[in-house]
Design a binder for this molecule. Structure first.
Ligand SMILES: Cc1cc2nc3c(=O)[nH]c(=O)nc-3n(C[C@H](O)[C@H](O)[C@H](O)COP(=O)(O)O)c2cc1C
Length: 152
């Protein structure tokens, strides 16, 4: 069965609420297995290999993704470069929350995914602090859009 992995960091819960909404949307698509993981909890990097699509979320911290997201992406890039992951061709997308800087760095996460050889399959969803119901709907839609693309 096709798999979508949603992976995120969240310090005060805003991005976590978005991640759960992305998962909810993805779960509406039949024949797709949805996995939701918070960076900082233990899991093997090989779960990225098992996914057909990877959606990543981060809050803004000092105009960057959080330190754990940066560390995680560096680890993924190193592992991928070493041939221990094959992320090329997988579908990716991004979401996140910011307070005041426009969330440009969250959008830049797309570059990290394309540098890994992934294809962006849906528009980035951004929230200003806590996501509104409209933003949560956009998150659900993002999850569904990506899951639809990989449904087999
Ligand atoms: C220590 C700290 C630093 C932050 N730095 C930024 C920042 O540089 N730019 C910004 O737009 N928001 C910044 N914020 C606001 C958070 O990105 C915003 O509240 C976000 O919704 C938090 O998401 P989370 O609840 O998933 O952690 C900062 C918040 C904290 C607590």
């Amino acid at each position: 069965m096709a798999k979508v992995l949603i992976i995120y960091d969240s310090v005060t819960g805003h991005t976590e609420a978005m991640a759960k909404a992305v998962a909810e949307g993805a779960r509406t698509v039949k024949k797709v297995n949805v996995d939701l993981k918070k960076i900082g909890t233990p899991f093997p990097l090989t779960i990225l290999d098992a996914a057909d699509a990877i959606i990543i979320g981060s809050p803004s911290r000092y105009s960057h993704e959080t330190e754990v997201v940066r560390y995680f992406l560096k680890a993924v890039a190193d592992y991928n470069k070493a041939g221990r992951l094959k992320l090329e061709g997988k579908i990716g997308a991004v979401f996140g929350s910011y307070g005041w800087d426009g969330g440009w760095n969250i959008e830049m996460l797309e570059n990290n995914l394309t540098e890994l050889g992934m294809k962006i399959g849906g528009s980035t969803v951004l929230a200003v602090n806590a996501p509104t119901e409209k933003v949560l709907d956009a998150c659900r839609q993002l999850g569904k859009t990506i899951a639809d693309k990989i449904a087999k």
